[in-house]
Design a protein around this ligand. Sequence first.
Ligand code: ACO
Length: 429
Amino acid sequence: MSDQIILRLDGQDYPLPLEQGAENERAIDISSLRADTGLITLDSGYANTGSCRSAITFVDGEQGILRYRGIPIEQFTQHPNFIEVAWLLIFGSLPNRQEYDGFAGDLTAHANLDEGMKLHFEGFPRNAPPMAILSAMINALSCFYPELLELDDTSRFRLAAARLISKIRTIAAYAYRHSQGDAYNYPNPRLAYVSNLLHMMFSHPYQERECDPLVREALNLLFILHADHEQNCSTSTVRIVGSSKANLFASCAAGVCALWGPLHGGANIEVLRMLERIHNGHMTPEDYVQQAKDKTNDARLMGFGHRVYKNRDPRAEILGRQAEKLLAYMGQDDPLLNIARKLEEIALEDPYFKQRNLYPNVDFYSGIIMRAVGIPTNMFTVMFAIGRLPGWIAHWWEQNQRGQNRIARPRQIYDGNTITDYVPMDERG
Ligand code: ACO
């Protein structure tokens, strides 16, 4: 097998090295292309661009494979533990008992927010988008931990990671409490990660929110399935911001903003709106699918399609099953789950979706689970962000550790005016 390809331009040959990954995926290294030939590459949406080497997550979109540090995602479904997976992604291997207890202890110790942080919440309108609050408050952490702005050793990085993973949950809960006009609940050090989140979101002085074991399992699984997905839009954003040597808090705050959009994490809200519209009788599932195929409007079948998966998204498969298990356990019959199943059935038989390899993605069933647990729709993308945070942290750290943070700075093909004279105001038409 050749380890280079030859680019022939104006009769001259330019050898370009080939790179190969651990799973035999191949890439052309074009880093010398412009210097040698004056050419750049043009790749809309970076669909064919490898931005880095990474050892965190492997996705094979053709075969529907997702692995964290080599472990197939399906293997986390038996006894899902989000904290264990967070450690795995960030530090590279499953934690031993001592590492796990130490990290879980750090999460408990650092769950609380500085009282000064609470004043910021008061300034937000009650109906402020929770993703805006989340991003702002993660960035605000930079002000409270100046000693964690430069992370050059593993122990300080570990502390910053623990603070962030713990506090994002408190920030999310406080954003929700603020929107409800309710007093904030302090974190309870006796509760584990998911139970504590539900406590901070939903407990009242007269009624403690208990966390049922199956709810805990479902939310742990939901967070795990969202925890990383290699160079997706928000993770690439975190890497790009981090490449300027911006601190971990600022980089992750930017990741929240990227995740917010309806084509990325915000799709989980749009899926639920779509299912509710159908349920409320505004459209049949058949009508909706028809509309999603119509190129004269912008409607899409939300929760369907993926840049990388051209086969089933394994996360959607697992979450679909988990939604059914949870609803059966709770004795609920959510009509939205039936509508989702119907949409999936219609779309998977439809030539439009078949030809384009469009399948349900992670957002298609996640909302049904969150709804069953009582998470309000406008908090869905915040839940996604809590899950994705370990992935962002892992990529930020990997980039730093590998010295990969050459500042990210793509080029462009300029197609504006050629040289044009300045015209004084009085002489303009
Ligand atoms: N409904 C209808 N048509 C679709 C859909 C959809 N959900 N997704 C893609 N298509 C069509 C496109 O219109 C396009 O058709 P064309 O070839 O006739 O022009 C073709 O399929 C290819 O789609 P692209 O937009 O080029 O695919 P891309 O990789 O750029 O986008 C994306 C992927 C953004 C996920 C897209 O499938 C989409 O918008 N899905 C709905 C939103 C969604 O669920 N987002 C969550 C993604 S997962 C995540 O971020 C966690």
